[in-house]
Write a protein of this length. Structure first.
Length: 156
């Protein structure tokens, strides 16, 4: 799995003190599972990445903004609809004093792996995110079943 290391690098770039004190950033994976098709060697990792910023003494915006930027580039489908965007990042904080707290973030991530074989062995290639294309909005939506209009957004 490659995304945790890439997110760590993004957080270290946004919060340079983490490079000098790497123990203040911990990451672990929870609830991991594999999705695969029958008979196909390719698969997808799905997991919750938990990020802990220990003894954090900055405003949470200093973390949330770079994490959201990272998600837009590395897990854009998470923000593509309102339901998944509402659950994109969950967080908890434990305050120790007036100056610092532990901040825990959780992100639901996935990574697609394309597996090919040539008879001599298998090769795993981690795929990038799919192109989502242009976002567009409909002024009106009509749904037909057997040439009968069953839904018209203007009637709602």
């Amino acid at each position: 799995m490659n995304k945790p290391a890439r997110l760590r690098a993004a957080l270290e770039a946004a919060l340079p003190y983490l490079v000098q004190d790497p123990d203040r950033l911990v990451m672990f994976i929870e609830g991991g599972r594999i999705s695969t098709g029958m008979g196909k060697p390719s698969f997808e990792y799905k997991y919750t990445l938990t990020i802990g910023l220990l003894d954090f003494n900055l405003h949470p915006d200093n973390v949330m903004i770079p994490v959201l930027q990272w998600i837009r580039a590395n897990e854009p489908m998470l923000l593509q609809n309102a339901d998944s965007a509402r659950e994109a990042i969950t967080f908890d904080a434990e305050f120790f004093n007036h100056n610092s707290y532990d901040l825990k973030l959780q992100l639901k991530l996935s990574e697609r792996v394309h597996v090919t074989g040539d008879g001599a062995g298998l090769t795993a290639t981690h795929l990038g995110e799919p192109e989502l294309g242009e976002t567009f909005y409909l002024e009106r939506l009509r749904v037909y079943a057997n040439q009968d209009l069953v839904y018209d957004s203007e009637d709602v």
